[in-house]
Design a protein around this ligand. Sequence first.
Ligand code: HEC
Ligand code: HEC
Ligand code: HEC
Ligand code: HEC
Length: 194
Amino acid sequence: MSSLRKTILTVVLLALAVLPLAGCGDTNSQSTFDANSGAHPADWLPLGHTVAAEDHLETCTECHGGDLAGGISKVPCAQCHLGNNEAVHPLQWGSYAYALHANYVKLNGTASCAEAACHGTALEGVPGSGPSCTACHLGGPTSKHPQLWDTNITLHMGYVAQNGTAACQNALCHGAALQGVFLSGPSCNACHQF
Ligand code: HEC
Ligand code: HEC
Ligand code: HEC
Ligand code: HEC
């Protein structure tokens, strides 16, 4: 056999060997779940499963159940998702998560946010997933302002003197130009003449 023929034969044989394994490509559950290890790939949370579910939600039902309530995997999507099987936050939050999460946390506590895949077990945040609560909060996970302000709001004087207004100038807090934010912090000019 000429070496060119050998090469062609090898390529054909390789293709035949690989094709049946690959099946229908991305939609094949083999590519998202390894039966030998009994687990999803290492990068499954949060990004891997998000992309897979957005592209091929139908492939999840085989193991997570037709209603995605667990099935033979015994892992319901709602174990982590608060809205429905696909939405991580309650549906009512819509695009006002920054404002409406406060009441949710007051009613339910932080337990449902403190998930290893969501905001971290100590609410420290998770790369590629939910931010740390203190990325926005100044007084710990459940207090937007330093806690002492709860009893004496005029303490913001000293804080602003020390940190400047930059620390209040945030699109979700008092607005990028301190003009206030719908359902969140008031404009500073509600009380001041800056
Ligand atoms: C062949 C069966 C099978 C298929 C198909 C499958 N899963 Fe799973 N899944 C499991 C099993 C079993 C577990 C529990 C073991 C584990 O965590 O890997 C699990 C766990 C998970 C977890 C939790 C992982 C963790 O580390 O806590 C997520 C998220 C998940 N699956 C999402 C999905 C999504 C989204 C799809 C569809 C794109 C899907 N799965 C398809 C069997 C499957
Ligand atoms: C172990 C916790 C966990 C489980 C179980 C889980 N998810 Fe997720 N899922 C997350 C997290 C965390 C995010 C947000 C990632 C981010 O911020 O980009 C997410 C995001 C998503 C998104 C993107 C939409 C959104 O609101 O961000 C889809 C779609 C999704 N998951 C589908 C599923 C499906 C379908 C299942 C069940 C088969 C499932 N997930 C099970 C943790 C989980
Ligand atoms: C992206 C910024 C941001 C992140 C991240 C964030 N919050 Fe908030 N949070 C806010 C804003 C803005 C308010 C004020 C909304 C209002 O005025 O009702 C707030 C208010 C609150 C309140 C009401 C208490 C108070 O001082 O008014 C609680 C409780 C709360 N958040 C809990 C949490 C928890 C728990 C986390 C983390 C899982 C978190 N927040 C992450 C922006 C954020
Ligand atoms: C609900 C009313 C109210 C809002 C809204 C408010 N403040 Fe104040 N602020 C006060 C009061 C009351 C004082 C104390 C005045 C005094 O004791 O002299 C004060 C004092 C100050 C002082 C020191 C005195 C001065 O006028 O220079 C600064 C600086 C300040 N606030 C900054 C801000 C900034 C920045 C914002 C917006 C992020 C803001 N405040 C929003 C009520 C408010």
